[in-house]
Every structure is written in C-alpha cells, then in structure tokens.
Write a protein that binds this ligand. Structure first.
Ligand SMILES: *Cc1c(COP(=O)(O)O)cnc(C)c1O
Length: 224
C-alpha cells in the first residue's frame, strides 16, 4: 500500500489520490472527508498524522478509543473522532460522550439508547445507519429492504439526526455495484452523506459518491 516511508508521507499520498478521484468524478475534494482509521495504532504513530494536518480519525472499539484518545484530544482539541465499528448498547453512554459521529446505527434498541444519551448529555452526534449491502450473514447492518423503514423510524419516532448511510461491501468482489446501491438507498431516504470506501477501494467509492472514506492501512501501514 501507500505507507512507503512514514504515515505523514502516506497521508499526503492518500490526500492526493482523493483529490484526483474527486476531480475525475467532477466533485470538489472538500466534499470528501478523509477519516484516518487509527485502530490498533498508538499515540507515537498517530501524532505525526495529526501534525501533518489530519484532524478526523476513526476507531472501531469504544474501549480502545477511551484509552487512547482523551489525552490526544486534550492536546489537540480540533480532532474529531468517528466510531466506525459495532456498538454494544452497554457502551452507548461512553460512545456518545467520546465520539463526534457514529457510523454503525443498525438496530432500534441501539438507536433508542443513542437518542436517550444524546438528550441526557446534551450532545448531538452525526449519525450514519450501517446497511448490510452484500446481505452477508456475518456482517452487521440493516438489510437493504429494511433500510428506508429503519431510517424513518429513527428520524420520525426517535428524532435522531441521521445524516448518512455506511456500508462495507463483501471482500473480493467488485465494490462498485454495492457503492451504487448504497447511493440509491440514500436517495430514497433523502440523506446526503455516504460513508464508504477503505484503503483498497476509496477511489472507486469517491467515483460513486462517497462523502466519507475510512482509510487505515494505506496511512498507518499494517495493523499491529
Ligand atoms: C478497519 C476499518 C477500516 C479501514 O480499513 P483499511 O482497509 O485498513 O483502510 C474501514 N472501515 C471499517 C469499518 C473498519 O473496521
């Protein structure tokens, strides 16, 4: 991948490729938010990436993020944190307190607890519904068929500010049709943000409308 010499150099290369993909899609590079996925990496790897100007980070475990990020954020208050991994309801309180966005809303029980916690803590997070776009039994996410109904339940019954959809296409398949399908569902729901694309396919995702790409190993190297 891209982590040739250092995470900061790899970040630059990813940013350049994001800008090129956006240009090819006739989109502005600012319309694509790069989420640097720092899971499994510790402060010494993360700090140079912050210093290189990256302010949006993604983590997939609440526990790990709670251990790593409070000191980093105290020193770098402009940092925004996105939860991109599965969320257990018993971690919802901590997640709402720590994160600025959650990409993995996928069941009504979780949606209800997030709504309660946002009210209780007077915090508003950006929320994405995760769609199981490849209908894979082992993957999280609402089904394509249930997505619009779940979206309306979240928004109209719980008042949740759902602003986008997220997906992880099946590995080893052309991701393009899955990205296109997520874009269709977002149109149906009337939401504008699309969290899709990882190290191997973020340029393809941008061509299909991604507004948030989640890139880990192409910046930080292999996970530890
Ligand atoms: C780990 C992870 C990523 C980043 O994966 P890379 O292939 O390392 O870029 C993106 N999205 C989710 C949900 C992840 O868990």
């Amino acid at each position: 991948m891209d982590h040739a010499s250092s995470p900061a150099a790899a970040l630059h290369s990813v940013r350049t490729r994001i800008a090129a993909a956006a240009a090819r899609a006739g989109r502005a590079p600012e319309d694509v938010t790069l989420i640097a996925v720092s899971k499994t990496h510790e402060a010494p790897a993360i700090l140079p990436v912050i210093a290189a100007g990256q302010h949006v980070f993604g983590e997939n475990r609440v526990q790990e993020a709670m251990r790593k990020w409070p000191p980093l954020r105290a020193a770098h208050p402009m940092v925004k944190l996105h939860l991109i991994g599965p969320l257990q309801t018993n971690k919802a309180r901590e997640a709402v307190a720590l994160f600025d966005a959650i990409h993995t809303i996928d069941r009504i029980k979780l949606a209800r607890i997030i709504a309660e916690e946002m009210a209780r803590q007077a915090r508003t997070l950006a929320l994405f519904i995760q769609v199981n776009i490849g209908a894979e039994p082992q993957k999280a996410g609402v089904s394509i068929e249930d997505a619009p109904g779940f979206f309306h339940q979240c928004r109209d019954e719980l008042g949740l500010p759902i602003t986008g959809l997220m997906c992880i296409p099946p590995a080893d398949e052309d991701p393009a049709p899955f990205f296109e399908s997520l874009r269709d569902i977002a149109r149906t729901c009337g939401v504008s943000l699309l969290s899709m694309g990882m190290s191997g396919d973020y340029e393809t995702a941008i061509l299909h409308g991604a507004t948030h790409v989640r890139v880990g190993s192409a910046i930080f190297g292999a996970r530890v």
